[in-house]
Design a protein around this ligand. Sequence first.
Ligand code: AMP
Ligand code: MG
Length: 329
Amino acid sequence: MAYIREKAIAIEAVIKAAAFCLDVQTEMVAEDRAEKGDKSPVTIADLGAQAIICQHLRTIFPNEVIVGEESSETLKQPQNQGMLNKITTYLQRFSEEATTDTTCEWLDMGTGTVNHERYWTVDPVDGTKGFLRRQQYAIALALVEDGIPRVGVLACPSLPTSLSSPRGDIGTLFIAVQGEGTMMASLSSHRLNFRPLHVNTATSFSQLRCIESIEQGNREVQQKIIQELGLNPEPLKMDSQAKYGVVARGEAALYLRLPTPSNSNYREFIWDHAAGTLVVEEAGGKVSDMYGQPLDFRNNKRMLKNQGIVVSTRELHPKVIDTLRYHIS
Ligand code: AMP
Ligand code: MG
């Protein structure tokens, strides 16, 4: 077995961050969010969860490079002093050492760059819009070595362990280690009880469903692909990398994320895909860009060589790429 310590520490870190997010979500008020430079929302959960994960990783692995979505930049603006104080108060429930200075220091442990043989990448609240709507979000953490995700963890605090029991057991943890498969456990039980996952093996395409973002994506082309392949015509819609988990456990067979003409220059961030990619591939699926090329986790925090994302079973993947060729330039 490989990456035993990394896997254990990654699980501990995301579980702690998930507990933090649940705490914050129950008590959140309008002032607990701000707008980042790119106009996207950031909440005290995103920032606090990154601080927790970085601090936890660095306690065990003091020299690790961490590439995170967040930094203390927003919090250092005078108008966000109240947010900084509040995050610190929440963090004190998790660590006696938390002060406003350590909050910024822990957050900024996650401002590393990808040009290293080994780095961790973290999206502390992937799907912030879903988190704000009290729908799906994920705490995503991956270890990347030589440009390849080796350990991937997704904690999805609002995701039922089965979509067929939406009010059943809520909160799912996905963990994948390269070469060792993908496992899932309920986040709600005291002892993690893992079971192995496999992507959908149904041979009739009409039984297979697609899953897509709530916020964005080229619905027109996505719908054409679904139709031409004869998949179930009603795609599931969900925020965050929880979509990768849903494909890994067979509830969807295809996750399509295609650029619209108005955002054709958009390049995806590594932290939005590294953990999810391993979770699906180790469950027997395949992940690529819309041209069938592997995702580039080696060169930049944005995947400059890739456009669009196709996540599916191995059987479906070449058919999706072939079909897509006629719809993208
Ligand atoms: P998700 O949680 O998967 O919907 O993705 C998070 C964010 O990524 C969304 O809020 C969008 O801003 C962005 N996004 C999703 N899909 C696309 C896409 N096809 N092209 C560009 N941005 C996207
Ligand atoms: Mg994010």
